[in-house]
Design a protein around this ligand. Structure first.
Ligand SMILES: C[S@@+](CC[C@H](N)C(=O)[O-])C[C@H]1O[C@@H](n2cnc3c(N)ncnc32)[C@H](O)[C@@H]1O
Length: 537
């Protein structure tokens, strides 16, 4: 940039001409930052010239140049994801010429990134009114279709990834809108705030679709990423989050609603409307992001994509990914979860993994909950909390019984899994453990149940003395929601010829609980028929 100061330029007009050429060259070469800098000099000069000029025709000419420069700078800012500044430039350009097509298109693209679909639609529609835009008709119509589709998704929560699944996840992940279903944030009995259903929700229903503030991915290697690779990823991830917070006050504001690990009772309960795209853009606070607070927030709220209660669709499945999805961060852990997540590109879809009643808290498992209480306690401590869910409270009492300790010991000794199941079932009858609570204990001793029901030999040996597969599966689904292990067991039962139409329907319901209703029947069948979800996903 210094070069311009050293050059001899006779008039402001000549300097403007030089800056315009230079800025355009940078723009063509996609050197966004350089182009922004040169356009900024041009814009300042142009504005000075406008205020120093009294001739109307000269002012009109300068304003035209200013409008174009603002629009071009907005495009560069958009490419750099500096959306708030880009939007400001578009608005300034449109104040000069409300029908300026380049500014309308750029504003539309920025509004799309802010998930303001109907406002974006208005911009593209206005751009189409210009008769000279015939050349760009296809592109503009493409944007119109995209806005309409995303607007529909964001209003209805209807998402369909079936074509993408059926194509074997070819190409980029499908476009997805952000969506907030029938949920609200309230104070939780588990800890601090949590997300709650405000009406009955059936298994597979999408409750939330949120785009990540930032993600960082590394290629999965055997044995997982090395410590060093994890540290580099974490640093890159933190940098991305901080950059987003600096560039967009709204993002900063949203991140600031998250827990930084403080006492849950002192945390404010934000209105869900704050997270809707219609909430004010680029608002209030001028505070600089507080690095220490952001680091604590990321510690408490970041999610990994391939966790136990999540599925990763498409290309991402080859990667180990970490991200921050703001609204999903209000979801607490429970050892009797009712939700799962599906990762599609940078979006996370949270859906019900079993039927949920109005008023119930929405939870997913942060770690594997198909294991005994002691193991779960260890895992929740590594997450920095002590689980306060009902299942843990129940098991705290029952697992102190001497009989339970004996069953645990038998399991550890590797005794016939059918015998462990038999003993536990017999104890549960004796202690009159009912309904949900049976599901709790069956999930806790899943190692034994999975082994006993997964082996034809053991099924034959224990037939009549232990409950039927579907009884066990049903009771575990009731408390834990759908899970691959339950689905696998049912499918094995079906393939052994033990299944009927009801079981097929049960299998479909379980699959919906795992993948959500975003995968329709035919695509779901193909996932199941291939019988190799793990390979495909
Ligand atoms: C991602 S945040 C969940 C939202 C949080 N409750 C809030 O108010 O912002 C994760 C934190 O919530 C708390 N938490 C989540 N599930 C919990 C559970 N089952 N029992 C106790 N604390 C839990 C823990 O402090 C955990 O570090």
């Amino acid at each position: 940039m210094g070069q311009y100061g050293q050059e001899h330029v006779s008039t402001a007009e000549e300097l403007m001409q030089e800056l315009r050429i230079k800025a355009t060259e940078h723009l063509i070469r996609e050197e966004w930052q350089d182009s922004i800098q040169v356009y900024s000099r041009f814009i300042k000069l142009c504005q000075e010239q406008i205020s120093n000029t009294h001739q109307q025709d000269q002012i009109t000419k300068l304003q035209k140049s200013l409008c174009l420069a603002l629009s071009n700078r907005a495009e560069c800012l958009f490419r750099q994801r500096d959306l708030s500044l880009g939007l400001r430039d578009c608005d300034q350009a449109l104040e000069i010429d409300s029908a300026h097509v380049k500014s309308l298109v750029c504003k539309g693209k920025i509004l799309l990134s802010f998930n303001r679909y109907s406002m974006a639609l208005d911009c593209f529609k206005a751009a189409l009114l210009d008769p000279q835009e015939n050349a760009n008709l296809e592109t503009l119509n493409g944007y119109l279709d995209k806005c309409k589709k995303l607007e529909f998704q964001s209003k209805t929560g209807y998402f369909d990834l079936s074509d993408w699944v059926l194509s074997g996840f070819r190409g980029k992940p499908p476009e997805m809108a952000e969506y907030i279903g029938p949920v609200q944030i309230k104070r939780s009995e588990l800890s601090g705030r949590g997300l709650f259903a405000i009406k009955n929700i059936d298994a597979g229903t999408v409750m939330l679709v949120t785009k990540a503030i930032a993600t960082e991915r590394g290629i999965v290697s055997a044995g997982g990423p090395s410590e060093n690779a994890q540290m580099v990823m974490w640093k890159n991830f933190v940098d991305k989050v901080v950059e987003s917070a600096i560039k967009c006050k709204r993002i900063h504001q949203l991140i600031s609603t998250l827990s930084a690990g403080e006492d849950g009772d002192n945390l404010e309960v934000p209105e869900i409307s704050l997270f809707r795209p219609e909430a004010e853009l680029g608002c209030q606070s001028n505070e600089k992001p507080d690095m220490v607070k952001i680091l604590s927030i990321l510690d408490v709220n970041s999610l990994v994509e391939d966790s136990v209660s999540a599925k990763v669709f498409g290309k991402n499945s080859d990667y180990y990914g970490i991200g921050l999805w703001v609204l999903a961060s209000f979801i607490n852990h429970s050892c009797k979860p009712n939700a799962r997540r599906l990762h599609v590109g940078d979006h996370v879809v949270v859906h019900a993994s079993r039927d949920i009643k109005a008023g119930e808290e929405i939870t997913f498992a942060y770690f594997d909950v198909f294991c005994p209480l002691e193991k779960r306690k260890e895992m929740s401590l590594t997450w920095g909390f002590q689980c306060a869910c009902k299942r843990c409270k129940f098991e705290e009492e029952v697992c102190s019984k001497q009989d339970m300790k004996e069953i645990e010991m038998l399991l550890e000794r590797g005794i016939d899994a059918g015998s462990v199941v038999f003993r536990l079932e017999e104890r549960m009858r004796r202690w009159t453990v009912r309904g949900n609570e049976r599901g709790y204990l069956r999930a806790s001793f899943w190692n034994a149940y999975g082994e006993a029901y997964g082996s034809e030999k053991l099924i034959r040996k224990w037939r009549g003395r232990i409950p039927a597969t579907d009884v066990v599966v049903d009771s575990v689904v009731d408390v834990n929601g759908s899970d691959d292990r339950l689905l696998r067991l049912l499918r094995e039962e079906l393939s052994r010829g033990g299944g009927n139409v009801v079981d097929m329907e049960k299998t479909m319901k379980l699959s919906r609980g795992i993948y959500g209703k975003v995968v329709k029947k035919q695509a779901m069948r193909s996932l199941l028929e291939l019988g190799s979800q793990e390979q495909m996903l």
